[in-house]
Design a protein. Structure first.
Length: 422
């Protein structure tokens, strides 16, 4: 048993506040105005788009409420946000909050900072840590957009500076700094994001804490009314951005092809992705080279870019959940029914949506042009003809075992005070 680094008083307080905020009459009214905007989106005229509309909107609204609940750079906290799986913990039900093809392998934690302030982010890695990154970004107005990257540090860069207990401190501020410093911009509104990407759901995320080194002499604490007004002000632009993200993400490619791999700002990884649109009896075969990366993963999402619940369905796979071929490549089949291929990505009833592949902790010198080996639509009724025999298969008994293990391991993240043994 290991202490659960997600089970914190700050996490509980942020979630309880956010859950109160989204039930307020004024915020419910703002949500309804956003819903009318979404109903006018062409995606709402499709089956999958209409069925997913309210779920997407609820995820976006809760994500913004969480961002604002922890929005005071004078008194920042470390809060886990952007995770769409529902959970029962802290005595409440948290339905999930997500944007942009949320990844169940990731623990995205947020720290609001002032570009003029000085902070220390204290990190303690577990003995077998997930891939880790810490990034500083200039936050766009109303949080509506992707931040402008100011710098990033990864597990591989921080590991040489860890003490014997896996502890390291990253300083954040406008001054010049050393190898464990993220430089900010004076006058800017900054978000510091930490991300643990599990290659195996048994891995325990880092413990992360934050200290402001130069707290204001007379801070004005925000009250709930202040925060609610900010949510209402920000909501139209926030929903407009995330509902429109699907329209230009990766250039809105033609279905059943991949764009990328593209390098992530700050040099901490690569992603490739695209849209899928599959007819009855079709699957999408994707073969990749993990290239020795510390972490590789695949996820799917609906047309709004919100992923299905990952606990009970194979809507994602990470490094420990796949069976590679003898040559080290990994072949996935995205399909609505089990194709008998080991690495099945279940569309969970979606006819269309998004698929995203990620590589993190990539070895120096790896060639991203060789990461993707094959992308094509296959006939599920002729899987042995369309998919080479070297691609690993699976039987029904082993698939059942895979699904049971998935549910059990996913549950580790909400064990009350410990990361329990699986």
């Amino acid at each position: 048993m290991t202490a659960n680094p997600l089970w914190t008083a700050d996490q509980a307080a942020a979630e309880k506040l956010a859950l109160r905020l989204i039930e307020r009459a004024d915020i419910r009214a703002a949500r309804e105005q956003a819903r009318l905007m979404l109903l006018a989106d062409p995606i709402a005229g499709t089956l999958d788009g209409r069925l997913g509309l309210d779920r997407a909107l609820d995820q976006w609204v809760l994500g913004l409420a969480m961002r604002e609940a922890n929005g005071d750079p004078a008194d920042p906290r470390v809060v886990w946000n952007i995770s769409n799986a529902p959970r029962r913990w802290f005595g409440h039900i948290y339905a999930g909050a997500a944007v942009a093809i949320d990844n169940p392998d990731n623990f995205n934690r947020e720290i609001p900072v002032d570009g003029d302030g000085h902070y220390a982010v204290d990190i303690r890695f577990s003995a077998d840590p997930p891939q880790f990154s810490i990034v500083a970004e200039v936050e766009p107005p109303h949080h509506a957009g992707l931040g402008r990257n100011l710098g990033a540090l990864t597990l591989q860069q921080l590991a040489p500076f860890c003490d014997a207990d896996g502890r390291v401190t990253v300083t954040v501020g406008p001054q010049e700094g050393g190898a464990t410093h993220l430089r900010t911009e004076p006058g800017a509104r900054i978000q510091v994001y930490t991300r643990d990407s599990q290659r195996d759901w048994r891995q325990v995320p880092a413990q992360v804490g934050v200290r402001r080194l130069d707290p204001p002499a007379d801070p004005r604490p925000r009250d709930e009314e202040d925060i609610a007004r900010t949510v209402i002000t920000d909501l139209p632009a926030w929903v407009a951005f995330w509902s429109g993200f699907k329209n230009d993400f990766l250039g809105h490619p033609e279905p059943n092809r991949l764009i990328g791999p593209n390098g992530r700002d700050g040099g901490w990884g690569y992603l490739a992705g695209g849209r899928f649109a599959l007819g009855e009896g079709q699957g999408l075969l994707l073969t990749i080279d993990p290239a020795g990366s510390y972490y590789t993963g695949i996820q799917i999402a609906d047309p709004w870019t919100i992923s299905p619940d990952p606990m009970l369905r194979l809507v994602s796979l990470n490094s420990a959940q796949v069976t590679p071929a003898a040559d080290g490549t990994i072949s996935y089949v995205v399909a609505g029914i089990d194709p008998g291929v080991a690495n099945w990505i279940d569309t969970a009833g979606l006819e269309e949506g998004w698929v995203l592949l990620r590589w993190q902790g990539v070895p120096e010198g790896a060639d991203p042009a060789r990461f993707i080996r094959d992308v094509r639509v296959v006939d599920l009724a002729a899987i042995d003809r369309d998919v080479d025999a070297t691609v690993p298969r699976i039987d029904i008994a082993a698939r059942g075992q895979q699904l049971r293990a998935r549910a059990r391991l996913h549950g580790l993240r909400t064990h009350a005070a410990t990361w329990g043994d699986a």
